[in-house]
Design a binder for this molecule. Structure first.
Ligand code: SIN
Ligand code: FE2
Length: 244
């Protein structure tokens, strides 16, 4: 056997598309990528801003239309915040707890989200909403689609911080088989285009203590929830670094 025969492709481990991506980019689907460690250079700039946002809009456990209290604590920043209560899911310009507008989205949040969208091939991403999810050991998120946004042309950009998680990335139907994708501190997942409405969720977080964030996982999900905009998909892989 020639040694070339032992390339991962010939073992059927990776698709052609996977092999064309730099090692830190994992292909989940035609228009969905995990950008491994993408946010690590940004974290020290992000955390103080996150703290400021959470002082103004602390985590709270919202109730689903089915009457269940979510195990994940939620907050938001940006022009619109995703909320749920017994009357339904919606985006609101106002934090229902304080009756004030959500805290503004810090510039460095927007820059990170745009750089990640760019790196995954979605140029022109302009998030107006950042949902902040706080998971404690045992917290989980059931399979769902992100479909309260007005326009599905913009991708979803999702940053993981703190404790690791197993992200479930399913198909267009709830019953489709899900991929189990480990997500670590600093990883960013981007899905859009033909993958925009794929079901996804998070398995119960395991006990643990993260060096920076302690016993929690924080997920920042950036969305363009309001006005629509044209999005162009290009194949690019270069990341951008924070400039502040
Ligand atoms: C979400 O879908 O809102 C959260 C996903 C995650 O926590 O990774
Ligand atoms: Fe989601």
């Amino acid at each position: 056997m020639h040694c070339d025969d032992l390339r991962p492709a010939s073992l059927g481990l990776f698709s052609e598309e996977d092999l064309q991506q730099p090692a830190h980019i994992q292909v989940l689907g035609p228009q969905s990528r995990v950008l491994r460690g993408f946010a690590l250079p940004w974290v020290e700039h992000l955390l103080p801003q996150l703290e400021r946002v959470l002082e103004q809009a602390p985590f709270r456990h919202m109730v689903t239309p089915g009457g269940f209290s979510m195990s994940v604590g939620l907050s938001s920043c940006g022009q619109l915040g995703w909320t749920t209560d017994p009357s339904g899911y919606r985006y609101s310009p106002v934090d229902p707890q304080s009756s004030r507008p959500w805290p503004a989205m810090p510039k460095v949040f927007r820059q990170l989200a745009q750089a990640a969208a760019d790196a995954a091939g979605f140029t022109g991403f302009s998030p107006d909403s950042c949902l902040i999810n706080c998971y404690r050991p045992g917290s989980k998120m059931s399979l769902h689609q992100d479909k309260n946004e007005r326009d599905y042309r913009a991708p979803i950009v999702s940053l993981s911080l703190g404790l690791p998680a197993i992200f479930l990335f399913g198909g267009q139907q709830r019953s489709d088989k899900s991929q189990r994708v480990p997500l670590l501190h600093g990883d960013v997942v981007v899905w859009g285009g033909v993958d925009r409405l794929r079901f996804h969720g998070v398995m119960p977080i395991k006990e643990g203590t993260h060096a920076l964030l302690g016993q929690q996982r924080i997920n920042l999900t950036f969305r363009q929830a309001g006005a629509g905009q044209e999005f162009e998909r290009k194949t690019r892989s270069a990341g951008q670094r924070p400039n502040d």
